[in-house]
Write a protein that binds this ligand. Structure first.
Ligand code: GLA
Length: 728
């Protein structure tokens, strides 16, 4: 609910369990008043304190009032160059060369339903489910208006934000920085939590108290990146899974981003999140509008778990759009780790036949099917089937696969081109690279200039022809390098600072075209695994390959970190062969299954190489997947323990919305002698109900399982359990 007190100029956003308030004060400065657990108290602006602080200057309207400074007041959307020396939200370059942005309140309006952003991914909702608040600010001297958009999805405690910058003047204006969100907290010690790592080790949780100054994570790789995720948290120092106030902030965007938290000299905290200012400068001609990507905020008054579950629910019902989002996704086998580039039709059919015999429903042909690609140094851009490997092309292959009762899926990497390709020979200027500079190659490949409509058009036509030539029901959309030497031949020098963002807009544009042209095709996002695991991509691809690391033990930490913002059913998770390609570790097949079954399930191996006993286990895993998918897709997710290397088990729980069913999953780490007796305290159950556990004759009451715990058996190294709880 949005409550507007137009007289006092106080704006309050009430969600199920949180309150967010801001106020335009007597000088027209939009102050941030409160964000946290739900409160009812009208105008809370008396919380804000004023004092004369040395070296904190006073704006003209304050006259001689030295206690009024933009540098000390909590701002809703901070300006720059005008006396607030903390993180700026908006930085402008004006025609006279000045870099000042100083915003004052103009007006506000409430609209039914949630705003949409043209060309950008965003949460959506029906008019009954959400409202929008638009607050207009203005820098009168710059002739620039700023519209702050707030979408309120009350049931999910979700507040979305985006910003429109409008040039109302006669001269062009450069935007050097435009955050999607700014959040100020007065007198609140907070920890900063980020999700970091690298290729094959994505989204490890890192938590530290904020120290004085700016701490930030971000990406200038052109993708949201393996290194840092565009989702961060702030929390009270004592907060944990089930207690303490915490805030999650996600950027619904897949390109360069910066998440910065600053602890000021007075121990206030400011968080800004938006497009990274590195090589960002957007020229706004008179009358033009620039729209930032959307940011999504959820505050939980009682710990991380509730925040995650609210994000999961909101993403499932208000961000994923695919026809597949409510359907059980097919169990797939992917050819990559089974064959890499070394295959022909015969070998693929052998893999497929084995898989079909065990109940696998979708065969995915990964990299290597096109041009003359036999390794990763050629043919990207030449999107036609290699008939030497695949006589009759993909049409013939998909037909044979379909005849086995399986669907057919295909890997593509539309954004890239190899030098050794017909496409590059024909259009060398279609790659991003400044003139006269040698290439910086990544995986031997170069990045196509997706800012250019004609490049996107060519790729769309070429790939759509492939899709039309075969029966393709699944696409894996990959992207395998970071952007460097970013420069577009299609834009003048002064607009080169727009290329990173225009590239992302181009990717979204093409994804949208593919979605619309192939509405029944399931698209899985991928960037060398989880290099672009973000809410922007989820708007177009309802699942994302979580990591190129398929080692089940490493995956525990990767899937754990990912689960803070993203629902389990969006995480591509496959069982692969042992010893694992990435780690050399051998983990039992049952445990590999337990881990992968908590995502979108599949296999990434030659199933024909398994023993008969293992094949029987695969058949059982597929049956388990079919039985549990609904719970994993729709249920609430509880992290019971965090993965640790010291032998304590990693455990999590999926609970059905009516709490009558749950699935407890547990994987033991390294073993040590003389293990302690361990009990696992479950969560989210109905304390009044009695649950029967698989393999356990007796029923357990919900309160006993949650308060006293379930005594878990002593397990050997890397063993696992998957126990159903069903209410009597
Ligand atoms: C990336 C993907 C892998 C695989 C290869 C193919 O690394 O993450 O799953 O598709 O590309 O080249």
């Amino acid at each position: 609910m949005i409550i507007q007190d137009t007289e006092k100029r106080v704006f309050t956003l009430q969600t199920r369990s949180t309150t967010y308030q801001m106020k335009a004060d007597e000088n027209g400065v939009l102050l941030h008043v409160y964000y946290g657990p739900k409160v009812h108290g009208g105008d809370l602006s008396r919380l804000i304190r004023y004092a004369d602080r040395g070296f904190s200057p006073n704006p003209d309207e304050a006259g001689n009032n030295r206690t009024y400074s933009l540098d000390t007041l909590p701002q809703e959307y901070s300006g720059s160059g005008a006396g607030d020396f903390r993180l700026p939200s908006l930085e402008l370059e004006l025609a006279d060369g000045s870099h000042v942005a100083d915003l004052r309140y103009v007006g506000a309006a409430v609209q039914k339903g949630k705003y949409a952003l043209t060309g950008l991914p965003a949460f959506f909702a029906s008019p009954e489910e959400a409202d929008t608040l638009v607050i207009t600010l203005e820098d009168a001297a710059a002739h620039v208006r700023v519209e702050l958009l707030y979408g309120v999805l009350e049931e999910y405690d979700l507040i979305t934000r985006a910003v429109r910058v409008i040039n109302c003047g006669e001269e062009p204006v450069g935007i050097c920085r435009a955050a999607s969100v700014c959040l100020d907290f007065q007198d609140t010690p907070l920890d900063f939590i980020t999700f970091d790592g690298g290729h094959v080790k994505e989204r490890g949780l890192h938590r530290a108290p904020l120290r004085p100054g700016v701490q930030s994570v971000g990406s200038i790789r052109g993708i949201s990146s393996h290194q840092h995720n565009p989702f961060v948290m702030l929390c009270q120092p004592g907060a944990g899974e089930e207690h303490g106030v915490c805030y999650g902030a996600a950027l619904v965007y897949s390109g360069n981003f910066e998440a910065a938290a600053e602890r000021s000299q007075f121990e206030d905290v400011r968080l800004t999140l938006g497009i990274h200012p590195f090589h960002f400068c957007w020229t706004l001609e008179p009358g033009q509008v620039f729209t930032t990507p959307e940011a999504a905020l959820i505050c939980s008054p009682c710990g991380f778990g509730q925040m995650s579950r609210q994000f999961h629910r909101a993403i499932r019902s208000h961000l994923l759009r695919d026809v597949w989002k409510d359907r059980r996704k097919p169990v797939l086998v992917n050819s990559w780790e089974a064959a890499y580039f070394d295959f022909d039709a015969q070998k693929l059919m052998t893999l497929a036949r084995e898989a079909a015999g065990l109940g696998v429903e979708l065969f995915v042909l990964d990299d290597g099917w096109f041009g003359h690609r036999n390794n990763d140094s050629s043919s990207l851009g030449d999107w036609w089937a290699n008939e030497e490997k695949l006589p009759g092309g993909l049409g013939a292959l998909s037909k044979e696969i379909n005849a086995l009762g399986m669907e057919f899926g295909l890997w593509i990497e539309p954004e890239m081109v190899s030098e050794d390709s017909e496409l590059y020979q024909a259009h060398p200027d279609w790659v991003l690279n400044p003139p006269g500079r040698p290439y910086t190659r990544g995986r031997c490949q170069m990045v196509l200039d997706f800012t250019r409509p004609e490049v996107r058009e060519h790729i769309f036509q070429a790939l759509q022809k492939v899709l039309d030539s075969a029966h393709v029901s699944y696409l894996k959309w990959d992207m395998n390098r970071s952007l460097a030497q970013v420069w577009s031949a299609a834009l003048p020098a002064r607009q080169q600072g727009e290329v990173y963002h225009r590239y992302v807009l181009g990717v979204y544009d093409l994804l949208e075209r593919f979605r619309q042209a192939n509405p029944h095709t399931l698209i899985e996002g991928c960037s060398g695994g989880g290099g672009r695991f973000d809410m922007g991509m989820l708007y177009y691809t309802p699942q994302i390959w979580c990591s190129d690391n398929t080692d089940a033990i490493d995956r525990l930490a990767i899937q754990y970190g990912t689960s803070f913002a993203y629902p389990p059913a969006t995480m591509g998770a496959h069982v692969s062969a042992i010893p694992n390609e990435q780690t050399g570790r051998s983990v039992p097949l049952a445990t590999r299954g337990t881990v992968a079954l908590s995502g979108t399930f599949g296999y990434e191996m030659d199933l024909g190489k398994l023993s008969e006993v293992e094949k029987a286990l695969v058949v059982r895993q597929i049956a388990d997947y079919k039985e549990s998918f609904g719970l994993i897709q729709e249920g609430d997710y509880y992290r019971l323990t965090a993965p640790t290397p010291d032998g304590a088990p990693t455990a999590w729980l999926h609970v059905s919305p009516d709490r009558r069913e749950a699935l407890l999953c547990l994987v033991s780490g390294q073993t040590h002698a003389a293990q302690p007796f361990r009990r696992l305290r479950l969560r989210g159950l109905d304390p009044e109900l009695r649950y029967r556990l698989t393999g356990d004759g007796e029923a357990w009451s919900g309160d006993v399982l949650m308060h006293a715990g379930y005594p878990i058996p002593m397990l050997g190294e890397y063993q696992s359990l998957r126990l159903w709880l069903k209410a009597e």
